[in-house]
Design a protein around this ligand. Structure first.
Ligand SMILES: NC(=O)c1ccc[n+]([C@@H]2O[C@H](COP(=O)([O-])OP(=O)(O)OC[C@H]3O[C@@H](n4cnc5c(N)ncnc54)[C@H](OP(=O)(O)O)[C@@H]3O)[C@@H](O)[C@H]2O)c1
Length: 298
């Protein structure tokens, strides 16, 4: 099966490329591929006719979107619309990635795929409209909402905490927003496992799914675990992580206070595993430490 990965240089795209080499796989990202440009998509796929398209490309700056709504909507709404139209024309399915930030965070137990969306900021709104664009264009789609994504490649909360933990003795991290940290490598594994089921199985249950790490924490709880797992490998100076409130730490975008996702549907329909977020984090920090050693030796 030939798979085109859009956004192949991002956290998730990079992992899809790393793990997906048992497929005939092509990865594209800016500047070669711009998902908002239909002609460009067609030109990029002239010599590689995919059987499946996976969209990991997105505008992911939650705060940046508040002052750059045009770009956020172009990439997160119009981009998926272009890709879905391309897939429809070619008669191929699309796996598209979305976010927990489509929800407003007023629930107190995990969100299911049937809960109504009600985004608080431009990023979440642009992603919600991207989901609709896919649903309204193409019957054969899988939308996977994920949350609090981090990987060994790219920018993320784990890497920011590792840097700050080495620089400062005390950090302040928000404790009143709760969600589910998700390792990009495991999300990529789940996406590829779904892709593996495409050729054999006639009855793919198309639709919207949730995938995130198992267990719920706050950004503060996440930061504490990052420091605990990093201490054996990195020169961490931080002795204290102060718990602060969202009100103490104002940001341009409002964020949901609670955005845990219920992953029952994806587990039951595609037999994907939902690993414990703490186990995944510990493994990833070990891998980051190994990569750090290799880079220092070069
Ligand atoms: N990061 C999170 O915490 C999080 C949480 C929930 C859901 N998600 C979703 O998960 C998916 C993967 O996120 P990620 O963290 O892997 O994202 P990422 O690391 O920011 O990667 C996104 C990639 O898309 C590229 N891109 C941006 N605009 C493009 C365009 N017009 N055409 C083609 N490529 C373009 C980016 O290039 P540039 O870097 O050059 O812009 C980047 O390489 C996204 O759908 C995101 O919304 C992420």
């Amino acid at each position: 099966m030939k798979i085109l990965i859009c956004g192949s240089k991002g956290q998730l795209g990079w992992e899809l490329m790393r793990q997906g080499n048992h497929f005939d796989i092509m990865g594209l990202d800016l500047p070669e591929l711009n998902i908002t440009d239909r002609k460009n998509i067609a030109a990029c796929t002239k010599d590689f006719s995919p059987d499946l398209l996976i969209n990991a490309a997105a505008y992911t700056s939650v705060d940046g979107a508040e002052s750059d709504a045009d770009t956020a909507f172009a990439v997160n709404r119009d981009g998926p619309a272009c890709l879905a139209a391309f897939c429809k024309e070619k008669g191929i399915p699309l796996i598209h990635i979305s976010t927990d930030f489509v929800f407003d965070g007023t629930k107190t137990f995990p969100y299911t795929e049937d809960d109504p969306v009600s985004p608080l900021g431009i990023y979440g709104k642009s992603k919600a409209e991207g989901e609709d664009a896919v649903r309204n264009t193409l019957p054969e789609y899988i939308i996977i909402r994920t949350a609090w994504l981090y990987g060994v490649h790219g920018h993320n909360f784990v890497k920011t905490m590792l840097r700050l933990g080495r620089e400062r003795e005390e950090l302040a991290v928000v404790a009143d927003q709760k969600g589910c940290p998700t390792f990009a490598g495991e999300l990529a594994g789940a996406v590829l496992k779904i892709a593996e089921q495409f050729p054999e199985s006639g009855g793919i249950p198309w639709g919207t799914y949730h995938y995130c790490g198992r267990g719920i924490t706050s950004w503060h709880g996440f930061a504490e675990k990052i420091m605990e797992y990093a201490r054996p490998f990195f020169p961490i100076r931080a002795k204290k992580i102060r718990a602060v409130t969202t009100a103490d730490y104002p940001t341009p975008a409002r964020r949901p206070a609670y955005s845990a996702l219920d992953c029952t549907k994806i587990r039951e329909n595609f037999a994907v595993e939902i690993p414990d977020w703490e186990v995944s984090l510990e493994k990833t920090i070990r891998e980051m430490a190994e990569m750090n050693k290799e880079e220092s030796a070069d």
